[in-house]
Design a protein around this ligand. Structure first.
Ligand SMILES: Cc1cc2nc3c(=O)[nH]c(=O)nc-3n(C[C@H](O)[C@H](O)[C@H](O)COP(=O)(O)O)c2cc1C
Length: 229
């Protein structure tokens, strides 16, 4: 016992030193790993200017608009993504108004873009994608298997902090505003030969968690886009 008491402080010191070295190594690995991950993806991706001329005649696009659930794995170029997002809800006029209408022009819908390399928010004013999560969350954007392989899944999120005075109509107006954007995207896809489907089937709670949404943000609708198979 006497022997143990004499040796104990010594042994304790050795164990503590080992534990501190181990913790430092683990911390370094974690920090280095996240720094390396962050280095791969910039926080903001500037999109090329959208091509706002041309495309299919409107009546033909309306005729060809359809829902398609078979996607190839081919990715969309940044140019196509820029054109698509502009068609959906880009800034179309000098006063900041957009390609889709919104109730009282509050523009409460944000388009989030889930791709293989991460989740981004479309900043229409800057024509840029802002990195939200550097993870592939496509599988959690819906309940159907094709959502995990569609090149892009758009997530229409209502930001209720911009809708203060709408009271009980917040949800229905947000749903309508998202619907206008989704239809713009449908028509763009028809014009460009892309496959798309609007989707209301998703686990809202899981998706909000994976997207790191605030309590006053709500997923209204999702929409898959990709090249047809
Ligand atoms: C609000 C809304 C929610 C929808 N949700 C889904 C969905 O979760 N999954 C799906 O496969 N299709 C979904 N659709 C697509 C419809 O099934 C599709 O529009 C309908 O079958 C008519 O086909 P069409 O778009 O080719 O005319 C949805 C459409 C709307 C407008």
């Amino acid at each position: 016992m006497e022997e143990f008491c004499r040796k104990f402080p010594l042994m304790w010191g050795v164990y503590m030193r080992k534990a501190i070295i181990l913790a430092a190594v683990v911390l370094w690995c974690v920090l280095w790993g996240s720094a390396a991950g962050a280095a791969q993806l910039p926080k903001v991706i500037s999109l090329p200017a959208p091509r706002t001329q041309g495309g299919m005649p409107l009546m033909q696009a309306l005729k060809q608009r359809s829902s398609n659930r078979d996607y190839s794995s081919k990715e969309l170029s940044l140019q196509t993504l820029s054109d698509l997002l502009w068609a959906g809800f880009g800034v179309s006029r000098p006063d900041g108004r957009r390609t889709a209408p919104s109730a009282a022009n509050v523009q409460e819908i944000d388009i989030y873009v889930a791709k293989a390399d991460g989740l981004f928010r479309y900043n229409a004013q800057a024509n840029a994608l802002e990195l939200i999560v550097a993870e592939d969350i496509r599988a959690s954007t819906g309940k159907q298997p094709f959502v995990q392989s569609a090149a892009v899944n758009l997530i229409y999120v209502a930001d209720f902090s911009r809708q203060g005075r709408f009271g009980t109509q917040k949800d229905s107006w947000a749903a309508m505003d998202a619907g206008f954007i989704a239809e713009n995207v449908y028509l763009f896809c028809a014009s460009e030969g892309l496959a798309t489907v609007a989707r209301g089937l998703f686990d809202a709670e899981l998706l909000a968690k994976n997207m790191k949404l605030r309590a006053d943000q709500k997923v209204v609708l999702t929409q898959s886009i990709g090249y047809p198979q």
